[in-house]
Design a protein around this ligand. Sequence first.
Ligand SMILES: Cc1ncc(COP(=O)(O)O)c(C=O)c1O
Length: 430
Amino acid sequence: MAYGQEPIAQPQRIDRYVGQYAERAVGMVASEIRALFAVAARPEIVSLAGGAPYVSALPLDAVGDMIGQLVTRQGASALQYCTAQGDAGLRERICDVMALEHIRAHPDEIVVTVGSQQALDLITRIFVDPGDVVLAEAPSYVGALGAFTAYQARVVHVTMDDDGLIPGALEEAIGRAGAAGRRPKFLYTVPNFHNPAGVTLAAGRRLRILDICRRAGLLVVEDNPYGLLGFDGEPMRALRADDAEGVVYLGSFSKTFAGGVRVGWALAPAAIRDKLVLAAESAVLCHPSLSQLAVREYLATQPWRQQIKTFRDIYAERRDATLNALATMMPPGCRWTRPAGGFYVWLTLPDGIDAKVMLPRALSSRVAYVPGTGFYADGTGGRHARLCYSLPEPDRIAEGIRRLASVIETEIEMRDDFGPAAGSGCAARP
Ligand SMILES: Cc1ncc(COP(=O)(O)O)c(C=O)c1O
C-alpha cells in the first residue's frame, strides 16, 4: 500500500485456500508500519511514523521536463525492455555516486534493482534456505526482516550502542551460532544513520567488523540508503570500500532522488552478481527501463549533488526540531538517540511503558510513531518507538512531540498509580 493511501474497507473474509499456502507464506504478515499508514495519514494526526522522503523539495518542473524529453527523444529505449542487470549507462553513473563513499567499482559488478528492497529480497532468495541463520542488528530495518522472514530465515539479533554494531557482540553471536552447529549466511547491517536506531557505525569499528566477518567466512550485506544524507562533514567510508570480496553493498536513489522511481542497486563480487542477475530475471525479466533512464538522465543533466545538499539541510533542520522538542518536553526516564544524518530518532520509554500498547492513546492524541517491536524478529523492543522527522515541517514536529510527551506522562502516572500493566495502556490485562 502506498504512503498515505486509505485502504478500501473489506468485509471479513474466509480464506478458502488457508491450507494450501506454501509454508513461507504463513509467516507473511503486514508490518507494524503498514498497518499504521491509513490512520497516520489523516490530516489531524502528526505522523512521526512512515519513513517517506520529502520529495516536494525536488525541482519538480525540471524533473518533469527531463522525463518528458526522455520519452520524446529516447522513447524507443526508455519504453522498451532491457537486460536484467540494468542499463549500462546508469550503472556507470552509479559508480560515480559510490565514489563519494570511497568505493571503487566497475559497472559490470552492479545489478540494478527495484529499490534496495528488491536487492534484499534477491540476496535472501539466493542465500537462505528455511531455518538458516541471518545475523542482523538489534533493532533492524523492518523491510529487511520482512524479506528474511519470507524466506524462513532465523534472524539472530546483534546488539548495538550509540556507535552502531558492537564488534564483541558480533563475535559472540557468530560463536554461539557455531557452537549450535550453524554457520550464519550473512550479516545484515545498516552502518549509516540507521533505520530505525538513528546511530552510525563508528569509523574505528568498521575494519574490526570486516576483520571478524572475514575470519568467520561471513558475508556482509551493507545496506546504505542514507549514507549521503549526513549532516556534518564528508560521507563515511563504506565497508565495501575496504573489502570488495566480502561485502555486498546495497544502494538506492529513494532517499537522494525519489522513492517513487524505485531504482536501487547491488554491488557484489562476480559470482554473487551472476546469481543476482538470474534471480532478477526470474522475478521481473528486467527492471523498468523508464525509471532507470530517468535516473540516468537525472544524474547526467541535473545538479544532483546540490539537490542532496538541499535534502540534507531540510532534514538537518527537522532533526534539530526533533531533538530540541524531545529535550524540552519529554518526561524523565525517556532516552533517545541523536542521529548525525538520515531520518530517524530511536526513543526509549521509561521502564514499564510499552510503545505498542500506548499507540492507541497516542493516536487519539493525534500523534503517530512506529512501536519498536516491528524492528525485532523476536518480539522484543516494546520499550522503544521510532520517530521519523523527514516529512513534517519543524513546527508540526514540535507539536507532535508535545502531544507524545503528554501521552507518555499520562502513562507514567497510570503506571505509578496502578502498576505497569495500567501504565502500558492495557488496564484489562490479566
Ligand atoms: C535501511 C533501508 N533499507 C532499504 C530500504 C528500501 O528502500 P528502497 O527499496 O526504496 O530503495 C529502506 C527504506 O526505507 C531502508 O530504510
